[in-house]
Design a protein around this ligand. Structure first.
Ligand SMILES: [Zn+2]
Length: 277
C-alpha cells in the first residue's frame, strides 16, 4: 500500500532509511523544522537548516522516488530566546515560495512558558499574513493536556485562522477529542517511548472515525521508528479494518490536508503510470 508520512525528521536519518521507506510503500514525506538536539548560535544557523530542508533533503528523497515537503519555523524550545526567534521569523518569508514549502511548523509549546506563547502568536501572525498552513507540536507527557488547551485557546481566539488548514500533532487519548471537535486536523505520532503506539492509534480511529486524522512516525534523532506508519497499517489489518479505510488515513488524508498549500505539487504514482502509457 502506498502511504505518506506527514511528520518525519529526515535530516536525522541516514540515506538507507529513505531506501527502506520506499520499499515499504512510502511515496511522500513532510518534514517540519524542529530542535536539533542543541540550541543554534544565531539566525544564520537556521538559514543553513532551511537550505538543507529545501535543497538537499528533497534531492536525497528523490533518489528513492520519494517526494519531500517541508515546514519552517523556530521550534518552541529555542523560541525561549525571544530575540533570536524574532530574527528567524523575519527571515522565513525568504523561503516561503520555494518548491515544497507547505507552511509554518512545527510551532507550539514545550514547557508552556510565556516566551513560548509570545513566539507562538508571532508565528500565527506570520502564517496569517502570508496565507500559510500551520503544523503544531504539542508538549510531552505531563505538559501535554495543559499545553494543548493553551494552544487551542490561542488558535480559536484568532479569527484569521482557518482551522481546516491547521494540524495539531502528537495527540493522545486525552487530547484528540478537543482537537477534532474544534475542527482542526489531528496528528498521531507513533513512538516507541512516549506519545502514541500503533495499537492506540487504531483505537483512536475506531473511537472518532478516520476524518481529519493523520498518522506519522516523527522519525527523529531520538529513539523512534521511521517505519511506524507501516506498523499502523499492519495493526489496522490485524483488527480487520478494510484496505479502503486504511488507505484513507495513511494516504488520502495527508493529500487532502496538504493540497490546501500552494506549494504542494504532488504527482501520484497512478498519474505517473497513466502518463507513461
Ligand atoms: Zn517533530
Amino acid at each position: 500500500m502506498y502511504y505518506f508520512d506527514p511528520h518525519i525528521h529526515m535530516v536525522s536519518r541516514v540515506t538507507d532509511d529513505y531506501e527502506t521507506l520506499a520499499k515499504m510503500g512510502c511515496i511522500g514525506v513532510s518534514e517540519p523544522a524542529f530542535w536539533a538536539g542543541y540550541d543554534r548560535g544565531s539566525a544564520e544557523g537556521f538559514r543553513d537548516y532551511f537550505r538543507q530542508l529545501t535543497e538537499f533533503e528533497p534531492t536525497r528523497a528523490s533518489w528513492y522516488g520519494i517526494q519531500h515537503y517541508t515546514w519552517l519555523c523556530i521550534n518552541a524550545k529555542e523560541a525561549e530566546n525571544v530575540t533570536l526567534a524574532r530574527e528567524v521569523i523575519a527571515m522565513i518569508p525568504e523561503f516561503l515560495d520555494r518548491p515544497g514549502v507547505l507552511g509554518i511548523g512545527e510551532i507550539g509549546l514545550n514547557k508552556n512558558s510565556k516566551n513560548e506563547a509570545t513566539i507562538f502568536l508571532e508565528h500565527l501572525d506570520l502564517a496569517a499574513e502570508t496565507d500559510q498552513q500551520i503544523l503544531i507540536h504539542t508538549p510531552h507527557l505531563e505538559d501535554k493536556y495543559q499545553g494543548t488547551r493553551m494552544i487551542l485557546d490561542m488558535l480559536c481566539h484568532d479569527r484569521r485562522i482557518d482551522r481546516g488548514r491547521v494540524c495539531v500533532d502528537h495527540v493522545e487519548e486525552h487530547t484528540a477529542r478537543m482537537v477534532i471537535e474544534n475542527g482542526f486536523w489531528a496528528g498521531m505520532t507513533l513512538y516507541p517511548v512516549s506519545k502514541c503506539t500503533a495499537e492506540r492509534a487504531v483505537d483512536l480511529v475506531e473511537m472518532y472515525g478516520p476524518e481529519r486524522f493523520l498518522v506519522n512516525s516523527a522519525g527523529d534523532w531520538g529513539p523512534s521508528r521511521p517505519t511506524a506508519v507501516p506498523d499502523f497499517i499492519l495493526a489496522m489489518r490485524r483488527r480487520g479494518h478494510p484496505e479502503q479505510l486504511i488507505r484513507r488515513v495513511v494516504y488520502e488524508n495527508p493529500l487532502q490536508f496538504f493540497r490546501q498549500s500552494r506549494n504542494f505539487a504532488f504527482t501520484s504514482p497512478e498519474s505517473r503510470e497513466s502518463a507513461a502509457h
